[in-house]
Design a binder for this molecule. Structure first.
Ligand SMILES: Nc1ncnc2c1ncn2[C@@H]1O[C@H](COP(=O)(O)OP(=O)(O)OP(=O)(O)O)[C@@H](O)[C@H]1O
Ligand SMILES: [Mg+2]
Length: 426
């Protein structure tokens, strides 16, 4: 039985919601409250599975109530409802720790669906937590004071590839998606694509994915260090890849701090063989964090004068940041059919070797984006797919598929050769 508490100043609202939920056999309204403090008290007493909280509660308002519930009763999933338009209220609700947001007036069916989603999410988290506890108990790696030191899944550390550029619109998202999908075909179920273009992430749209969960969910409930909590918010993408989506609206981006990105990537390294990061084209602390955690940086540029100029500036920034130049591969994307610098001129201006060129292919790329299917899957033998596979070969050489993918194991000659190929130095 899913036990629900409803908190709203209006008796009519709590009655209406109670009546609608009473129609469901597996949902029970265990309490109601007309103001914030009472809602918290009742919740502490009743420990509901779900609290439906109005943003405009008197006393403690809905956001404060949600913060208190999230801290005191992490197993209670909060659904916030509000008369306000989605953006601001939604941001506040999610940051406070709510799992779902309903804008009033809403349909009864939408309410029931939200209750079920939040409950299912909580159940999955409980199972994960139980597994974590039993893994800890059984773990020979528990430290003297009983604190688990081993991750739930033992594996070699995943390899992180960040796709970056100094100029917007040069094809980072297209390349990140296709790189991830190509890696996914080699390592089924072992690849995660992360949209770190936090303000205007495009991956959900480009892959036609539902935006039910995003990186925001992890930030608001400190789940970023728990591999199973992270898995709960991943979407399923093509070629068996998992996808962590960007926040659903730009103002939520600021809540993702550089430290979150570092922790998140560390968590993902323990759970996936390859982690591909799509980034925005501006430099800020969050973007810099992604440069620092990456084992490989695919620096994408077009061959316009401004594109190459910005690639050169980005290269200088990487040097200033002491990023190891041997982990950077420069890829030129011919996203325009004419008016470009030639390759040699661009390399001279950039002071770097261009490892791979992705040819202009409006039909293949546009069709792929419009249909939400990576071109490495829909057009596997097309020239852009061949180019993407050449980049994959640099970051994941065929001989290293499988277990020997540790980024810091510089053991084989093949890996050393790869490093040299990736180098900026000409
Ligand atoms: N090789 C190509 N041939 C033809 N068109 C391309 C090619 N590469 C990219 N494009 C086009 O460029 C558009 C922009 O690409 P994309 O969204 O991946 O850029 P971005 O660098 O991620 O942009 P932003 O900086 O806004 O995140 C794509 O929608 C696609 O239509
Ligand atoms: Mg993009």
């Amino acid at each position: 039985m899913i036990r629900v508490l409803i908190a709203d100043e209006s008796r009519q609202v709590t009655d209406n919601i109670s009546r609608r939920l009473a129609l469901e056999e597996d949902i029970e309204v265990c309490g109601t409250a007309g103001e914030g403090e009472y809602a918290v008290q009742q919740s502490l007493w009743l420990k509901p599975d779900i609290a439906i909280v109005d943003a405009a509660l008197p006393g403690l308002d809905g956001v404060q109530t949600t913060v208190m519930l999230a801290q005191a009763l992490p197993a209670t999933g909060v659904i916030m409802m509000s008369m306000e338009a989605e953006n601001d209220a939604y941001r506040q609700a999610m940051v406070a720790g709510a799992r779902e947001f309903l804008q009033k007036p809403f349909k009864g069916d939408d309410l029931v669906a939200a209750v079920r989603r939040v409950h299912a999410f909580g159940e999955r988290r409980n199972v994960s937590a139980a597994r974590a506890i039993s893994a800890t108990a059984a773990s020979p790696a528990a430290s003297d004071d009983g604190v688990a030191v081993a991750p739930m899944r033992q594996r070699t550390r995943g390899v992180v590839t960040a796709v970056i550029s100094g100029k917007g619109g040069v094809g980072k998202t297209v390349v990140a998606i296709n790189l991830a999908a190509a890696l996914g075909e080699k390592h089924h179920g072992e690849v995660v694509l992360v949209d770190l273009s936090l303000q205007f992430g495009d991956i959900a749209a480009a892959l036609n994915l539902p935006t039910t969960h995003s990186i925001t969910d992890l930030v608001s409930d400190s789940g970023i260090t728990d591999a199973d909590a992270v898995r709960q918010v991943l979407a399923s993408g093509p070629a068996g890849i998992s996808v962590l989506l960007a926040p659903t609206s730009p103002e939520l981006a600021d809540y993702v701090q550089p430290a979150h990105i570092t922790s998140l990537v560390e968590t993902l390294r323990g759970a996936f063989e390859h982690i591909v990061l799509d980034t925005p084209s501006y430099l800020n602390d969050a973007t810099i964090s992604s440069f620092e955690v990456a084992d490989h940086i695919v620096m994408l540029t077009d061959l316009s004068v401004t594109g190459v100029k910005n690639a050169r500036l980005t290269r200088s920034a990487l040097e200033t940041l002491n990023i190891d130049p041997s982990k950077v591969v420069v890829v030129a994307n011919h996203r325009e059919s004419a008016g470009e610098l030639d390759r040699r001129g661009a390399e001279t201006f950039l002071g770097a070797h261009i490892s791979t060129e992705i040819p202009f292919a409006a039909d293949v790329v546009a069709t792929s984006v419009n249909k939400g299917v990576p071109f490495v899957i829909s057009h596997p033998t097309s020239p852009p797919s061949v180019a993407i596979n050449a980049v994959v070969e640099l970051i994941d050489p065929v001989s290293q598929s499988g277990s020997d993918t540790a980024p810091d194991g510089e053991s084989s000659d093949k890996k050393k050769k790869t490093r040299r190929k990736l180098s900026f130095s000409r």
